[in-house]
Each structure stands twice: as structure tokens, then as C-alpha cells.
Design a protein around this ligand. Structure first.
Ligand SMILES: CC(C)(COP(=O)(O)OP(=O)(O)OC[C@H]1O[C@@H](n2cnc3c(N)ncnc32)[C@H](O)[C@@H]1OP(=O)(O)O)[C@@H](O)C(=O)NCCC(=O)NCCS
Length: 183
């Protein structure tokens, strides 16, 4: 299992004690604004189980994020294979979800940079995608900060999302060659 370290963060394997703060952020309406529903404790634990199973299977995934200075768990950032059919599949996506007090400090961007480097250098992927509900401007800003570009031709209706206003998703892409050129 690969763990990543940045200046301020540890992207690490999940621990049992992450489950309570993870459930708290999944029950926060502001964090979940662009998702169909808040998660119950049971649903949050099931999501953590799926994330851990992905990491066990692949050796990488949506890492638990820990602030090195405090040891606090603040959410996840990392890589995943989307579990649904879409025109851009197969693909590996980069994604993030942080507890609200951890917003506004550049943590998602810092963790995303480390995840990109891992994807392109260790996994030697040719491309990454990222997806968000159209109105999720904070997430789209992270995508732009790490050099991803909106591919309007790839925008799609998420097949697993029921509420019509949350169904339309934007697709962002970053190719390894463009990432290498920008460094
Ligand atoms: C999406 C999400 C991770 C973005 O969090 P964020 O705090 O806006 O993003 P970052 O961690 O990159 O921080 C960037 C902000 O920190 C500021 N910042 C402070 N120090 C910084 C630093 N050292 N480096 C970069 N930015 C820094 C930036 O100016 C920016 O502030 P702004 O939002 O006022 O412009 C967060 O809003 C979230 O978890 N949302 C809910 C879950 C979700 O929607 N996930 C995505 C689904 S597609």
C-alpha cells in the first residue's frame, strides 16, 4: 500500500478511528451540498469500507488525509475508478472531500498535487479525469488549480444521481504530457 507525504499532510491508509470524524463530515449539509443526501453513520461506514477495499485491491485509492502537525483526520483525497458507465470510461478519477473546518487552507490542492504525481509517475497513467456537479465551484476551482481543463464535450448526466438539479456533471481532464510540460 502506497502512502504519500506532503509538506503539511499525510495521505495514508484508513484507521478505525477515522470513522467517527468521517461520519460527521458526511452528515454536514454544507459538505454534502452537491450530493443527493446526507449519509447516516451506517452509510458513511459502508463508504469507508468500499474505499478501503479499493485500496486493498489496487494499493492506492482515496487516501485518508491527516494534518501532520496535529494528527487530525480531515477527509480524503486521491484516485478511484468510477463505479458506473459513462462515455469517458474507462478512466481513473481524482477526487476530494474535506471537513468544513479544513477548507480554505489549500489542503485539497496540496493533496491533489501529490496524487497527480503518484498517478503519472508511479502508475504511469496517461490521463486523469475529475467530475463534479456543475454548480460545485469549489471543487472545480481545485481542478483548475492543479492544471485540469474542462472538456465540455465530456459533460454528462450521472446515471446514479436521481435529483435532476444534481444530475448534470462537468468533466475535467489532465493528460500526463500536459502535466509534465507544466512543471
Ligand atoms: C471541494 C473541496 C475539497 C475544496 O476545498 P477548498 O478548501 O476550497 O480547496 P483547497 O483545500 O484547495 O483550498 C483552497 C482555498 O484555500 C486558500 N489557501 C490558503 N492557503 C493555501 C495554500 N497554501 N495553497 C493553496 N490555497 C491556499 C486558497 O486561496 C483557496 O481559498 P478560496 O476558496 O477562498 O479561494 C471542499 O469544498 C469540499 O470538501 N467540498 C465538499 C465535498 C465535495 O464537494 N467534493 C467534491 C466532489 S466533486
Amino acid at each position: 500500500m502506497h502512502e504519500l507525504e506532503t509538506e503539511r499532510l499525510l495521505l495514508r491508509r484508513w484507521r478505525p478511528e477515522d470513522r467517527t470524524p468521517f461520519a460527521a463530515l458526511n452528515a454536514d449539509p454544507e459538505v454534502m451540498r452537491h450530493f443527493p443526501a446526507l449519509l447516516t453513520r451506517r452509510e458513511s461506514d459502508a463508504l469507508a469500507d468500499r474505499i478501503e477495499a479499493h485500496i486493498d485491491h489496487e494499493g492506492w485509492g482515496l487516501w485518508a488525509m491527516e494534518v501532520r502537525a496535529t494528527g487530525a483526520f480531515i477527509g480524503f483525497t486521491g484516485l478511484a475508478r468510477p463505479g458506473f458507465e459513462a462515455p469517458f470510461m474507462p478512466a481513473v478519477e481524482i477526487g476530494w472531500r474535506l471537513a468544513q473546518p479544513a477548507w480554505g487552507q489549500g489542503f485539497a490542492t496540496e493533496a491533489a498535487h501529490a496524487s497527480l504525481r503518484f498517478a503519472f509517475e508511479a502508475l504511469e497513467l496517461e490521463q486523469l479525469v475529475s467530475l463534479a456537479v456543475v454548480a460545485n465551484e469549489r471543487s472545480r476551482a481545485v481542478m483548475r488549480r492543479i492544471g485540469m481543463r474542462h472538456d465540455p464535450g465530456g459533460d454528462f448526466d450521472h446515471p446514479l444521481v436521481e435529483p435532476p438539479h444534481l444530475r448534470r456533471h462537468v468533466l475535467y481532464r489532465l493528460r500526463a504530457v500536459d502535466w509534465q510540460r507544466s512543471r
